[in-house]
Design a protein around this ligand. Structure first.
Ligand code: GLU
Length: 496
């Protein structure tokens, strides 16, 4: 599986990465990060790399990596290097790189940029409580920085657990330039001596992101804004190693509304949540692309190729983006309409199966439904009447605006029955013409026939289209049979 093709990497090549943690779902914000990193790499003939950040072993969810692989594949965000495709800079799963982080942590200890810390949880909790009592922000007090070498060796030999902490000089300030947020300056006094290597030998994000981004030759780090203010700390590590600092592109948060972040708890934050709700992957990707990036004109519908051509870092915004479900739904409807009939049927098939209508004329269903749907998951509800006529209440015949009800419906339906019996052509156009001619003849509004007829043959007000479409889908025999039942029901009420 390994592609050993890239022997020497050209230093000028653009290399971006997507570095998700395997949580079991792909958050919309994460997918947007992946998309932008992919677009930037593709636009510049660079490489896009997938790296799985799973060093927080306690949080590992079974099957979570597969969710990431399959989402990226489905959406067309193919990666040049990654756990399941190989590459010259692997392994691409952090838990398989533990020895690399350990070696690098030791290098930092040797040059004084990091130190071993034996402080117990209790001591740290105590120190934190003291700082909080004074109303101060807690930072580690460098207690272990001054431990003599022989004491360190003795404690290691005795098997005492320790972590390795970054040693940050607390004077001065650190500045770097982010491509979206501009110059970021942080006083070094605000930076903590964070843990780089945990007692279990696993790295923290602080160490792993730096080591991996460097060793994997990442030229542009594209990630969420939550890392913006800790980046100066990472830059201290790059300097300690003597490595070139990559370009940074931090992306603003995706919000559910003005106050709340889009979060998994609301059941509307992951790629799969939206797919389950009947959104097309292409529509989602298109919508996500515009969450924080603008092409500089009013184009809204983009294929991935068009996005690649139009994408630029300059078009990224630093204000947080609000996820507008209505806008996504509108876009989804555009994408549904643009599918070929065959593609529509293929994608709608799970929903046809759910409705139990596979044996019906699916091409006809497609003709009727495709122009009207906003989401594919509307399909089962709208086709439920086809399999079986539901029990319904006569109040369904009442339609205030049409000025019609059960009593008014009966004579109209009797007329319609005669017409539908005489009619041999049950195609949409022909049925429509025949029924509209009847309304003219009776001197009633179209709705005064079409509304009761739909109720009478479907027993519901949720159908794809109206009476004409329902009759066409049911065909002559079923339409007449259902109509007879409804006419009888109306007569019984009238007489009873
Ligand atoms: N594993 C980190 C996350 O999922 C990745 C951040 C990054 O892109 O560096 O938030």
């Amino acid at each position: 599986m390994r592609s050993e093709g890239r022997i020497a990497m050209s230093m000028s090549q653009i290399r971006t990465r997507f570095a998700p943690s395997p949580t079991g779902y792909l958050h919309i914000g994460g997918l947007r990060t992946a998309l932008y990193a992919w677009l930037f790499a593709r636009k510049n003939n660079g490489a896009f790399i997938l790296r799985i950040e799973d060093t927080d072993t306690g949080r590992e969810v079974a099957g979570a990596k597969d969710v990431i692989f399959s989402t990226l594949r489905q959406t067309g965000l193919n990666y040049d290097e990654g756990p399941d495709v190989g590459g010259a800079f692997g392994p691409y799963i952090q838990s398989e790189r533990a020895h690399i982080y350990k070696d690098h942590a030791e290098m930092l200890v040797k040059c004084g940029a990091a130190y071993r810390c034996f402080c117990t949880k209790e001591r740290l909790a105590d120190e934190r409580a003291k700082a909080e009592a004074k109303g101060e922000a807690y930072t580690y007090d460098k207690h272990c920085l001054s431990l003599p070498d022989d004491e360190i060796q003795r404690r290691i030999n005795a098997g005492e657990p320790y972590v390795i902490r970054q040693n940050i000089l607390r004077t001065g300030e650190t500045t770097y330039t982010d491509a979206v947020f501009g110059d970021i300056t942080v006083p070094n006094a605000d930076l903590d001596d964070n843990v780089l290597l945990k007692a279990d030998g696993m790295p923290t994000y602080n160490l792993a992101n730096v080591v991996d981004d460097h060793l994997m030759g990442i030229s542009h780090v594209i990630r969420g804004v939550e890392y913006l203010s800790s980046t100066p700390k990472y830059n201290h590590l790059y300097r300690a190693f003597g490595w070139e600092i990559p370009a940074y592109i931090h992306l603003p948060v995706v919000m559910k509304d003005k106050q709340r972040k889009l979060s998994k708890r609301h059941g509307d934050a992951s790629f799969d949540d939206f797919i389950k709700k009947g959104y097309l992957k292409e529509a989602l990707i298109n919508y996500i692309a515009l969450l924080g990036w603008s092409p500089g004109n009013d184009q809204e519908i983009f294929t991935l190729d068009e996005l690649t051509a139009a994408f630029s870092i300059e078009g990224l915004s630093k204000s947080s983006a609000i996820f507008d479900v209505d806008k996504l739904t509108w876009m989804n409807a555009q994408y549904i309409r643009a599918l070929t009939k065959k593609d529509f049927i293929d994608r709608a098939m799970p929903y046809f199966k759910e409705a139990g209508v596979e044996a019906f004329d699916l091409e006809l269903i497609a003709d009727i439904m495709q122009p009207r749907l906003e989401r594919l998951d509307e399909i089962p509800g709208k086709l439920e009447f086809l399999k079986e006529m539901p029990e319904y209440d006569l109040s369904l015949f009442t339609h205030k605006r049409m000025k019609t009800d059960a009593a008014a419906a009966l004579p109209v339906l009797e007329q319609a029955r005669a017409l539908l019996e005489a009619q041999s052509d049950y195609s949409l156009d022909s049925l429509k013409e025949a029924l509209l001619t009847l309304t003219e003849k009776l001197g009633i509004k179209n709705g005064q026939l079409l509304w009761p007829l739909r109720v009478a043959i479907t027993g519901t007000e949720v159908t794809p289209g109206g009476a004409v479409e329902a009759a066409c889908l049911l065909g002559k025999t079923d339409t007449l049979q259902r109509l007879d039942l409804s006419i009888r029901k109306l007569e019984e009420t009238k007489n009873g």
